[in-house]
Design a protein around this ligand. Sequence first.
Ligand code: ATP
Length: 462
Amino acid sequence: MDTHRESYSMDEIIAFAKEKGFVFQSSDIYGGLAGAYDFGPQGVELLNKLKKSWWQEVVYRKKNYYGLDSAMFKHPKVWEASGHVSGFSDPMAECRECNTRIRVDKELEKVGVSADEKISEAEINELFAAHRDKIHCPKCKGNDFTEAKAFNLLVRSNLGDFTSQNSNPVYLPGEACQGIYLNYKNVLDSVHPKIPFGIAQIGKAFRNEISPRNFLFRTREFEQADIQYFVKPGENTEAFEKIKEERMAWYKKIGLREENLRFKQHENLVFYASDAWDIEYNFPSYGFDEVEGIHDRTDYDLTQHQKFSGVDLSYNDNGEKYIPYIIETSMGLGRVFLALLSSAYERETFEGGDERRVLRLKPSLAPITAAIFPLTKKDGLPEIADDIFAELSSHFHVSYSESGSVGKRYRKADEVGTPFCITVDYDTKDDKKVTVRHRDSMQQERVAIDELVDYITRHLKD
Ligand code: ATP
């Protein structure tokens, strides 16, 4: 058997994602809306299972982590305190020949100069001037550019505004984590955690990206899974190292291959940060790029919110008062979803030329855990299969199909990554057993109907 692992392009994976109901362009029937995507019947299952795996890791498996789900809309002052109103921007320059806009930090990166997009306009212009001769316009190939200017990425809403000025807009969240800082005191006062402790949240973020591109990789609406870990100043470096390793271990646990993962340290740090690393994944066609940022943000966020709100946000550590340092991890769910899809996708050719597409997702992440097939539509087999569906569906997400040959039904299940196919045949009537066929090995075994739940549960364990 031959697998074509090296030859898959991102275009093939994007087409597959649409064809099989994983991801659709938003507002497809109107020609699409740039930078927004919808998750289809298979996609929503994978996305939910990805979230569940993360939540289990960072909330349930820890004694000192707490979950949160904060409102998307926040007081306008939040985004002033966070620095987003004045400084949440991408540095853009315009080609003087053809007016194409480039993102200067990304172009610098391509020529080997690392520039965090959050450094000041003056700093990025210094780097841009020093390396300008190496940067060319992607459209006309010229290299006569304007200076880099900061374009704010925050998306405004008119929530609660009934005037025509909208002078004090409520913004959509530019990042999900602000809700955690805002609720740090509420969590302290309600569940009384002792430092160090973490708060985890999954939330939507919106950014006016100038050029959304690369499918789910750079969108204007996306979801982030964030941890903010509150530590005593001085204990941040050790905590940072531990969290970095834990996060990398989780990516391997969800099935991404080690050789496609790496750390990258930021060189030009934003002024308040003491350390920052990215976890990068090696995407087909795009190469290595960021899926998660891990930042030592010192006491910046809580100090800012204390200043702007006038509320004391210090922690009382047995009489010693201080503003905790924060280690942040922020993962883009769309990017990790795309990493999973592209790493699991395979096209196999068997001897004789027969082909199958198979999604080798970890069984616990597969959109459908088991597919149930009666061999035929008659002789009482659908009734037995129905009973099995009723029993299994209260434990797992299962599907049911009675049309087409069993071979064709297997292929369809393989394509969406279903790890177990359960066939009810004529022997089932006598021995009360079914054939369980495994997605990856394609091997089959007979399993008693009343052992199916235990059998599948055993195979889903990490
Ligand atoms: P980039 O440098 O790629 O713009 P970033 O450093 O601005 O990313 P963060 O603000 O640290 O990203 O956000 C944390 C995570 O959110 C990123 O690691 C990424 O996975 C995800 N993310 C950020 N921007 C986008 C986007 N436009 N589309 C999809 N995911 C995003």
